[in-house]
Design a protein around this ligand. Structure first.
Ligand code: IMP
Length: 431
């Protein structure tokens, strides 16, 4: 197959970065299609840790085209910082291989200010956002007042639009959110400087990706966050403000559905969540704390400790459906070493009624009691395994049971942080 999308099937942080980085070795073009720098893909290459927030993970392979699609909201200053950092470590050397869609929206300082002030005022109702202005930026996109990269072509036009927005947002910030206004001149100066560095990257990325597909190149679409954070299909309102499912590949890049051949879902061998919202398979206590430490389960974007839960097969089956999943990659199985038994959530009880599939309303998840199936754990770490046959037998049984419950094959199994610590059962680009 030549066109593959990678999507998260939980609440983000499934280990997509590592899988995308691995698949990028076989791709010609890697494309982000939604979200912003609220995403953070952590990769360990040659013992060095990289955290990519906006730049596609293909950037760590020389010679790959990296594309920021129209579906993103991009903080231009954060993006330039990330590019500079990558360049310092010898990556992204060829500027002609990095493309930003003219139609992608920009996150402005007032978006961050609004996001943070709203969260601070929300008290118990806070969503636990990353505070990076993502929701307010998508609001402006839908309200048709957002600033797009194409606006930078004519700086006078850009400045007028930005000043108009700042007047309106400052009124809102001061009167309703009781917080400090944004300094217009400072913002405009920063954007004037950023513009010079951004213009060379601007591109009709829809045409670029489409031409790549037509000429037989391999294209990898890199999803961010996870299906349960999707604005439509996630645990609303405790979600992010973009569409994180595979169908947003099309609206977020400008290609049609017939152009996508496979969707690979990524899931950890257990579940985590940052921020507020329902999480039926969650548990706490000593085991959760040690799993958090062992798995380094602290938000890559914000450093917040992640909530911990068992693998949830109900949720995974639902996300397999929503994404039309071809196969699943299971990550971080090494982290579960030493835990006995391991548990899988196979159903919920809500107000006395049993649900084997996702209840019709996500709000019902707030009161859902998990039904667990227990399986023998493993004391021998699978970290050194590079083939299925090298996995301890109880890990293999666990993986097979998950595949059976979710109803999709397992394509990859992650057993450690490093690039090479992955067992590839099926590589979509080789299928
Ligand atoms: P926002 O995307 O910053 O608006 O945050 C909304 C919710 O999505 C919060 O619960 C965040 O913690 C969560 N979230 C956003 N991006 C990610 C991610 O990449 N991984 C995990 N959680 C995320």
């Amino acid at each position: 197959m030549k066109t593959v999308a990678v999507v998260g099937t939980q609440w983000g942080d499934e280990g997509k970065g590592k899988i995308v980085d691995m698949l990028a070795a076989d791709a010609d073009v890697v494309v982000r299609f939604q979200g912003g720098n609220n995403a953070a893909h952590t990769l360990v290459v040659g013992g060095k840790k990289f955290v990519l927030r906006l730049v596609p993970a293909g950037a760590l392979h020389p010679g790959k085209a990296c594309v920021i699609g129209n579906g993103l909201v991009v903080n231009p200053i954060a993006l330039l910082g990330e590019i500079a950092e990558l360049k310092r470590s010898g990556h992204l050397a060829d500027d002609s291989l990095f493309k930003i869609s003219y139609d992608a929206h920009m996150v402005m300082p007032y978006h961050l200010a609004i996001d943070r002030a709203r969260e601070a005022r929300a008290g118990k109702r806070a969503i636990g956002t990353t505070g990076f202005g993502i929701g307010p930026a998508y609001e402006d996109k839908m309200a048709r007042v957002g600033l797009r990269f194409e606006d930078l072509l004519d700086f006078k036009f850009f400045e007028e639009k930005l000043r108009r927005n700042i007047v309106e947002k400052n009124a809102y910030l001061k009167a309703l959110l009781k917080t400090k206004p944004i300094k217009a001149d400072e913002t405009i100066d920063a954007m004037k400087k950023a513009r010079r560095r951004l213009l060379p990257y601007l591109c009709d990325t829809g045409a670029f990706v489409s031409d790549a597909i037509d000429s037989g190149k391999r294209v990898l679409f890199e999803g961010a966050h996870g299906t349960m954070l999707d604005i439509d299909h996630g645990t609303y309102p405790y979600v992010t403000s973009s569409s994180c499912v595979a169908s947003s590949v099309f609206s977020g890049t400008g290609i049609g559905p017939g152009n996508l051949e496979a969707v690979l879902g990524i899931s950890k061998g257990y579940t985590t969540r940052v921020g507020a919202g329902p999480f039926p398979s969650e548990f706490s206590g000593y085991l959760a704390d040690s799993l958090r430490e062992e798995g380094d389960e602290f938000g890559s974007a914000t450093g917040r400790p992640r909530r911990i839960g068992w693998f949830d097969a109900v949720l995974a089956r639902y996300t397999a459906r929503v994404n039309g999943m071809w196969a699943l990659a299971l990550t971080k199985l090494d982290v579960l070493t030493g835990i006995d038994p391991v548990k899988i959530c196979v159903g919920y009880v809500v107000k006395g009624k049993r649900y084997d599939d996702m209840p019709p309303s996500h709000r019902m998840l707030i009161n859902a009691k998990p039904i667990f199936e227990e399986m023998p754990g493993w004391s021998e770490s699978p970290a050194g395994a590079r083939m299925l046959a090298e996995l301890p037998s109880s890990v293999r049984r666990y993986v097979e049971r998950i595949s059976e419950l979710v109803g999709v094959p397992i394509a990859m199994i992650g057993v450690g942080k490093e690039r090479e610590a992955t067992i590839v059962v099926r590589n979509p680009f080789a299928d």
